[in-house]
Structure formats: C-alpha cells, structure tokens
Design a protein around this ligand. Structure first.
Ligand SMILES: [Fe+2]
Length: 351
C-alpha cells in the first residue's frame, strides 16, 4: 500500500547512517563507551559559528555551539552531542528529557528532494547548518508522526564519514578532529567490543497499528509484522528483578539492515509504560548483537549493569533490557535465541 504523500512507494529513508544521543559531557561518555564497552575510537569536533555556515533554529537565523564525538559500530554511526549553549535543539532536549537517544540520521537518495517532501507535508525544520561548507544537515520536526526527530544530511565525498572513523588515528578523514580517543585502533585494545552491531532501533508508541499505517503510507517503510505479547506466550517475565507478567503489542519493520520496532504497552506493569509516562511517545532503546550472550552478561554484571525487564518467548527467545543508561545514556536490549526457534505467525501484517 502506498499513500499520496509518498507516490510510487519508494522508501524515503534508504538506511540508517547514525544514531544521535544528547549527553552532558562527550569526553566522559565516549570514554565509558571505549573503556567499558570496547566501542571506539571516537573522533571529537567542536562545532559552532566558527566552522558551521547558514545556522538556523526553527527556520530563523541563530548561532549555536556544541561538541560531538563520533564512532562507527558495525555499519552504524553513533554521535554523542553536548550542547555548549541554550540555543540549539540539543539544549532544549537535554533540559526536557535529560541525556538520551535524540535523533536518527538517515541516508537519503536526494537531500533537496527529501527537504521538499517534508515541506509538502508541512513538517517544519527544527535546525540546520552546513559544517565547513561541506556537510549540509537538517533536523525535521517528525516527533508527532514518527515519534523521533529525523536528521538528513548531504556531504561532499570523503567528508565527515562515520565509516572511516573506526580506524582511529591511522585513517582520519577531513576535517581533522580536535581529539581522538583512544589513540589507537580498537582491535589493539585490551577490551574487545562488548556489543558488535546495532540490530534494532525501538520506540514506545500509543497505537502500533496507527503508527505502522503512517510509516507505510507516508514514508514507504514496510512491510510490518504485528505480534501480541503476554503471559500466554512469554515465560519467566521479570520487571525490576522480580517475577512480573506484562503485555504489549509490537510491530517490526526494517530500514536498511536494521529492525525498526514499535511497542505499545498493554498494561501498567512494563518499563515501556513507565517510560511512556515519563517521556511521552518516543525513542526507547537500541538492541545490540553480541558475539556471546553469557560472556557479555557476566561482564555487564561486573559493571553493575542490571536487567530492568526480561522475558522468554515460548521459552526459546530471550530478551533483556539492561540498565546501561549511566554509561551509554540509553537502554540497551540484548537477545538470546535457542537454536531451532521459529517466529510464530504475526497477528497482523500491515503494508
Ligand atoms: Fe527491542
């Protein structure tokens, strides 16, 4: 199914370039990712009127400053952002929501066409700029429709690419960062990556079916598989370390190689519900793929990272949400699937 706003059904977003996370201190947070989780090396940039042109906030000229740290994990970038004044949308977000997942940077085929697409939808630009005159970027007010802020950008070849950053000081591309941490390639570090790859971005929503419909008709994100989860199909559920049943309706689609997951709490027991109450609909967690589930869980226990909620689908597919917020500034989900597990048939397909 395709809608009028996305004629032809071509997906607007080709893939996910990076996840943006707003933090209070980029150096401290990046050091936690590197030293405790083996994610690095990070390249740091100081950004502001000195190196960004055409700066706008809410479509009006406005100068703002921030620091960023960039890394590449698997094929996805992570961008840590620390506002340096109160004028940017980052500062606004930090004040309202604290340190947390802020935006998704998408790869689009044609930057200018996608800007027109959003203008036609009457979706406003939240903030924009042009880094060194070589990297145009725009944040879009997609919170109501997509439950997160969308960022798109257009870079001159070889400029500002996350993919190159993984080699650290051995291969720094233009522009030169103000700092690199740690100073060597991550393979040479003692701590090997705890998390291998981002497998999933997930959102808490009020109505899974309505959100899936919007994604299909408005953005060409499809197809969707919808499931109901509850005590009938999920065993050994826990919340806050105690045995506790909970229920949710959940939809999964894909953007590029990454799962796009939306979750509607069905009761007041789950961390989805409490998150929804505290933050409204929005970005909830990232799921990471691991080399070895039990080795990772033992390691996280040593870091005092605990399980905040868990469940086991038909006794064969386990999920755990970890209290990684203090280090990573977001909730991390980990999964373990027994050999031979088959996904049960969804209750509904959309798109
Ligand atoms: Fe998830």
């Amino acid at each position: 199914m395709t809608g009028a706003s996305n004629p032809g059904g071509n997906p607007i977003f080709k893939s996910i370039d990076h996840i943006g996370i707003v933090v209070r201190n980029v150096e401290k947070t990046a050091a936690n990712y590197a030293d405790k989780f083996g994610i690095g090396p990070w390249t740091f940039y100081e950004c502001g009127p000195g190196n960004i042109m055409d700066m706008k906030v809410k479509e009006k000229k406005c100068q703002y400053s921030f620091k960023i740290a960039l890394v590449c994990l698997g094929e996805t970038g992570i961008e840590l952002i620390q506002p340096l004044d109160d004028r940017s949308i980052y500062a606004d977000f930090l004040e309202k929501h604290g340190e947390n997942l802020h935006h998704i940077g998408y790869v689009v085929e044609d930057y200018d066409k996608v800007l027109d697409f959003f203008e036609n939808k009457k979706i406003k630009q939240l903030m924009s700029g042009n880094f060194f005159g070589h990297n145009k970027y725009t944040y879009l007010d997609t919170q109501t429709e997509l439950k997160h802020i969308v960022s798109i950008s257009k870079s001159d070849p070889g400029f500002f690419t996350f993919k190159e950053n993984r080699f650290g000081i051995k291969k720094i591309t233009h522009p030169l960062p103000s700092m690199v941490y740690p100073g060597q390639a991550i393979d040479e570090l003692e701590i090997k990556p705890v998390f291998r790859r981002i497998g999933q971005v997930a959102f808490v929503v009020d109505d899974v079916d309505r959100m899936a419909d919007t994604c299909v008709s408005g953005y060409g994100i499809l197809p969707w598989r919808i499931w109901e989860f509850g005590p009938e199909t999920v065993y050994d559920m826990t919340v806050g370390g105690k045995r506790q049943d909970y229920s949710m309706r959940l939809g999964i689609s894909k953007i590029g190689s990454i799962d796009f997951e939306i979750i509607q709490p069905r009761d007041e027991k789950s961390i989805y519900y409490s998150y929804r109450r505290a933050n409204g609909e929005g970005f909830h967690h990232l799921a990471y793929e691991l080399e070895n589930y039990s080795v990772t869980m033992d390691y996280l226990e040593k870091l005092s990272v605990k399980v905040s909620m868990s469940g086991m689908w038909f006794g064969k597919h386990t999920w755990v949400y970890m209290t990684t917020e203090k280090y990573l500034k977001h909730i991390a989900e980990l999964n373990y699937t027994e050999p031979g597990f088959q996904y049960p048939a969804p209750v509904k397909y959309i798109g």
